[in-house]
Design a protein around this ligand. Structure first.
Ligand code: SAM
Length: 289
């Protein structure tokens, strides 16, 4: 479970601790009630944030280094480091998966925990992967119409077909649809959706050098009065800047309520997984337009 004692937030009022019994804490409890069904029920497959390709590359390099070390011994050190990297990535894969630490589902639950929504209307999941947030949103909110977009391909093992089969297996196919699109330029008019969510995507958007523009694009398609909950590497300052500047920038785009919560120190995340630029730099940006 998320450790609220270590969940620190930044809003216009400054950093605040999220107290037990606060509205956000109560929303969190409600969200957690429905969360345990996540990846293990039925035959949904939400994939893994560590694709096999990432594991294979250092493993292949290790073999190459070992081969060339017959001519130049110091290359054995390179081979050793590559084996270490490959081993760590296999460990991280296990931690993220439902068979191991189930970290992906637990981090995903934080997005829902801070979503102040009654479930009526339309929800957009940006960078939906295999439909993890989108399908779970449709499960949690039985009246919601859910759209998931992703560019799919590249290093990832996700696909639109897997999103659709996950939605079918979760019995939410009639209320979910998936579409290929880029988070950098969403194919929707301004103020289309009641809710916009996203989990661990914005830093991946190659078309945007300034990742703040991806946040702005996501908020463009949110209706006035709509709510949002985005989790990404918002604590990574070289990517998003100082927290107070990020919050001020988002407010300057006409967003009424903005909170930035440091989610990088959850007790359920093992220390070995809290590397910088990964799970060790996560934050949640949420609020109301
Ligand atoms: C770490 S995965 C997260 C997937 C999903 N949100 C989840 O929680 O499982 C990052 C996702 O971002 C997607 N992505 C990367 N660049 C994108 C872009 N420009 N537009 C849309 N999606 C993008 C990838 O295809 C991948 O599905």
């Amino acid at each position: 479970m998320m450790d609220r004692r270590h969940s620190q937030g930044y809003s216009d009022a400054g950093f605040t601790d999220e107290a037990e019994g606060s509205p956000a804490a109560s929303q969190f409890s409600q969200a957690m009630e429905g969360s345990s069904m996540s990846d293990t029920r039925g035959t949904v497959d939400y994939g893994n944030w560590v694709p096999w390709k990432l594991v294979y590359i250092p493993a292949i390099l290790a073999i190459v280094f070992m081969g060339f070390s017959l001519w130049w011994r110091p290359l054995l050190l390179g081979a050793f480091l590559c084996i270490l990297a490959s081993g760590y990535l296999i460990y991280a894969r296990r931690q993220f998966s439902p068979e191991g630490g189930n970290l992906q589902a637990r981090l995903r639950d934080i997005v829902f925990a801070h979503l102040a929504w009654n479930g009526d209307g339309t929800l957009l999941d940006i960078g939906c992967g295999n439909g993890a947030l989108a399908v779970e949103a449709a499960r949690r909110y039985p009246h919601a119409q859910v759209t998931g977009i992703d560019c799919w391909g590249g290093k990832w093992e996700y696909s639109i077909e897997r999103c659709q089969s996950n939605a079918l297996n979760a019995s939410v196919a009639e209320r979910t649809r998936f579409q290929k699109a880029s988070a950098a330029r969403l194919p929707f008019p301004d103020e289309t959706f009641d809710v916009v969510v996203s989990n661990m995507v914005f830093h991946e958007v190659q078309e945007a050098r300034d990742k703040r523009t991806v946040i702005r694009e996501a908020l463009r398609v949110l209706k006035k009065g709509g709510v949002f909950s985005f989790q990404d590497l918002f604590v990574w300052k070289s990517l998003y800047g100082e927290p107070q500047d990020l919050v001020a920038a988002v407010r300057s785009w006409g967003i009424d309520e903005v909170n930035l919560i440091d989610t990088s120190r959850q007790s359920f995340v093992p220390r070995s997984m809290r590397l910088p630029f990964t799970v060790g730099d996560t934050g949640l940006l949420c609020g109301t337009k």
